[in-house]
Design a protein around this ligand. Sequence first.
Ligand code: ATP
Length: 247
Amino acid sequence: QTQDNLLEVNNIEVIYNHVILVLKGVSLSVPKGRITALLGGNGAGKTTTLKAISNLLASERGEVTKGSILYRGERVADLNPAALVKKGVIQVMEGRHCFEHLTVEENLLTGAYTRSDSAAVKRDLEMVYEYFPRLRERRRSQAGYTSGGEQQMVAMGRALMSRPETILLDEPSMGLAPQLVEQIFEIVKAVNEGEGVTFLLAEQNTNVALRFAHYGYILENGRVVMDGDAAELRENPDVKEFYLGMS
Ligand code: ATP
């Protein structure tokens, strides 16, 4: 992609436990205001790529051993996740990670913990409820008792409460019924269009991701094997055969 890139990943290599080479030179770029999808099967390296960007590999004994990651032209490899949030980049991890004992609304407010302007925080809470009407209905419920789809919404809503420029979204469809997957992607699109938030999303569900994203990268075994405009990838015979389940 050649437009105004916010994020650039250049030829990164990631090794776990000093020996397991998982990313073997991955490059990708994420233009401002667009939805970019990182596709590929189980274990292809999607989550590892997102964690490399947001510097979450250390706790898993992983490290970037080659290449560079730039956000707005600046190296971000040494920033911890909190510092990255200040720069406008936030990751929504796979598996949702709500605070189960807090209510939905309290969970959302934790996303604004670094902000002191309470009127603005209140407006943003309202903004989140506009995108996720379901969360408004459930705002007094304990998050641990909400459904998987609602928890995915809480995780995304909480990320939005930090007023990010870019959201790294890991496998939003995981474990959700098809109708809910569709709903989650509709919301991603609405937030992208309405707030101008840039998305890099990792997704195994190629079909839905390529309908909502502008551009896609396909990872296989730690390498990008194909990339292109989403519409182009949807028509590509290899993508159809291997990823869309039709030939
Ligand atoms: P998934 O959809 O299952 O999350 P993925 O494309 O996101 O797949 P990754 O989770 O990035 O893939 O995993 C890529 C490879 O790295 C896999 O082979 C996995 O077993 C390996 N891996 C992931 N985490 C670790 C770790 N902490 N230590 C060693 N190997 C790991």
